[in-house]
Design a protein around this ligand. Structure first.
Ligand code: ATP
Ligand code: MG
Length: 589
């Protein structure tokens, strides 16, 4: 079964069972500065899992683009990518374990409506219980009632089968489904045999159903949740792998043309290098399509590192310059029908990729020579690693891998400190430039970010304190701000909002921040989405003076230093996006 059909069947199966189909959210979280990329289907749904009402109802389903750069070292094995699509269904206080498990099983095994997987190759795990919560006998009993033999239901500890987002908030046990990908079939296995098969990637985790059942406070379960949720996630690549009976995600139809582009050019055999190139270029294409551009900080730096690592492995494979662009072309061809922006942004994507590739190729060769030279004394110091970064553009992973290949040590922690100093410096450099009024695109984005806070404050003044931010999306060209409000704004209201923002710009308010606990931020009256997705210590940005601030907001920044640099604020559009949610688009002129 091809990947297109897998997506279609997953969505149709749950749609038929009353689920509203949601589009994939951007890889760049809209309203959550605490995370760089969307890592799971549940992430854009956090406010609703915490109790807010979702406009589409209590049963949701979607296919969500995800990036997990924390899995980067696994890339090269059979089952991990840094980008993947997660198939997910949710119950927001609606159905619970029984339906979730029965539907998972039905979808996996039913050939007509679902995927027709062989039940004799499926294994499941459930939570074994600990001081916080009981053994999940309930989930195990449901699996048994469906016909899963008792000896294929494994009880595992919290490290494997417990979900929580932090020490405070909803949490609960999960149940995971594994598929045997060996030709002969593994048959019945003891717990130890199962664990060994998992380590050897003979069984592959394909789906995970999380049951948000309890409430944690300060690391301890204190209560049951009044409203229990189900959050499931299944990897499209992994379903494609088991359904297409291939040995890795890189042999599925999703990667066929991408791998072919690599195979057509490579001079040497190195399966891991091929997979890294395929994976990283694919991830880079999706990041670029969602507006990320290579840079030396935050998201942009993650993208840069992925591209550079791909360039280095392409060169290791003997591929010629321009290879990254050619592989990217195969990615765009495969995905542009499903993800429109990938096709629409192709020229931009290709331009950004080749520019980065050319830049790095120019220094790679010389950097490798320098590395050889530095490696002669048997270790790479923090300073040397930093020179490789600053003069030759070597991300630390690349230097680390080279050191590993050579069997020499490297002072990674020391590099981290030097790198942080460098980042702080380049940030304050950018801030310096503000004062001179020079604006490059990232500075423009920063201005829009500050303008977004100002707009939020103005809207609360004009429409009332009940106005809450529901999302925001900022580019160098405009800001987009979604907020709760149940009718169209009048022309007067829009005009008044613009006036308030422009007056605040004209007042040239200072912008500053302080770090404090979420509790203190609340006490101070800072706005933000109060839930447990914030870290213990948050930044509170203040616009205006301490005595009578114009705006106080929990936010990761960055912001301009004073509002006078923003220019003239103008609302270009006000429209509905969902019931009770309005959207404003605005520009700085
Ligand atoms: P693993 O232990 O294999 O890394 P996980 O426990 O991190 O998986 P979850 O967080 O439960 O995975 O994600 C739900 C599903 O998403 C998994 O069952 C799997 O099918 C898929 N998935 C997770 N990480 C990746 C990845 N890096 N590449 C491809 N698919 C993935
Ligand atoms: Mg994982």
């Amino acid at each position: 079964m091809q990947s297109d059909e897998i997506r279609k069947r997953f969505l149709a199966f749950f749609e038929k069972r009353g689920h509203a189909v949601l589009p994939s959210a951007s890889l760049v979280p809209e309203n959550d500065p605490s995370v760089l990329f969307t890592t799971a289907g549940m992430q854009p749904l956090v406010p609703y899992l915490l109790g807010e009402k979702h406009p589409a109802g209590t049963r949701l389903v979607n296919v969500q683009k995800c990036v997990r750069t924390q899995d980067i070292n696994e890339v090269g094995d059979k089952t991990h990518d840094t980008f993947f699509e997660m198939l997910g269904n949710w119950s927001l206080g609606d159905y619970f374990k029984k339906e979730a498990i029965e539907w998972s099983w039905q979808l996996m095994t039913d050939a007509a409506e679902g995927f027709g997987l062989d039940p004799r190759r499926l294994y499941v795990t459930v939570f074994e219980g600990d001081e916080n919560a009981p053994r999940d006998e309930e989930a195990a009993a449901i699996w048994k009632s469906i016909g899963v033999p008792e000896n294929r239901i494994y009880f595992l500890p919290a490290s494997k089968n417990w979900w929580q987002a932090g020490d405070n908030g909803p949490c609960g046990p999960d149940t995971e489904m594994y598929y045997d990908i060996t030709g002969a079939g593994l048959g019945d296995m003891t717990l130890d045999e199962f664990k060994a098969a998992d380590d050897a990637q003979k069984v592959v985790e394909i789906w995970n159903d999380v049951f948000m059942q309890f409430l944690k406070k300060d690391g301890k379960v204190v209560d049951k949740l009044a409203k229990q949720n189900v959050d499931t996630g299944a990897g499209l690549e992994r379903f494609a792998m088991v359904l297409q009976k291939v040995d890795s995600i890189f042999e599925t139809d999703l990667f066929a043309d991408i791998m072919a582009a690599i195979h057509g050019e490579k001079k040497h055999d190195d399966v891991r290098a091929e997979r890294i190139v395929a994976d990283h270029v694919r991830t880079a294409v999706f990041m670029l399509a969602d507006g990320v551009r290579p840079s030396n900080t935050d998201r942009g730096y993650i993208l840069r590192r992925l591209i550079r690592r791909a360039v280095r492995f392409a060169s290791k494979l003997g591929m010629k310059e321009g290879a990254i662009g050619r592989v990217a072309h195969a990615v765009v061809r495969k995905y542009s029908i499903v993800y429109e922006n990938v096709g629409l942004e192709e020229v931009e994507i290709h331009g950004a990729l080749t520019q980065e590739e050319t830049k790095f190729t120019a220094t790679l060769e010389r950097g490798l020579k320098e590395f050889e030279h530095l490696a002669m004394n048997g270790a790479i110091s923090a300073h040397e690693a930093f020179i490789l970064f600053s003069s030759y553009g070597f991300p630390i992973e690349v230097t680390k891998e080279l050191a590993l290949e050579k069997g020499i040590s490297i002072d990674e922690a020391g590099f981290g400190l030097e790198f942080k100093k460098h980042q702080d410096l380049s940030r304050s450099g950018a801030e310096q430039k503000f004062r001179g009024g020079l604006a490059d695109s990232s500075e423009q984005t920063t201005k829009y970010h500050t303008a977004t806070h100002m707009l939020g404050a103005a809207l609360r003044e004009v429409l009332g304190e009940s106005v809450q931010q529901r999302g925001s999306n900022i580019t160098a060209e405009r800001l987009r701000f979604d907020f709760s409000f149940d009718r169209k704004m009048t022309d007067e209201e829009k005009q008044r909002t613009e006036e308030i923002v422009n007056e605040a710009i004209a007042s040239d308010f200072p912008v500053s921040y302080e770090e404090m606990s979420v509790e203190d931020a609340k006490k101070l009256g800072a706005i933000g989405v109060f839930g447990e997705k914030y870290a213990d210590v948050v930044k509170v940005y203040r616009i205006g003076d301490a005595a009578a601030p114009y705006s106080l907001e929990i936010c990761g920044g960055p912001h301009v230093i004073h509002t006078g640099v923003l220019g003239h604020f103008k609302i270009t559009k006000e429209e509905a996006v969902a019931q009770g949610v309005r959207r404003i688009k605005a520009v700085l002129e």
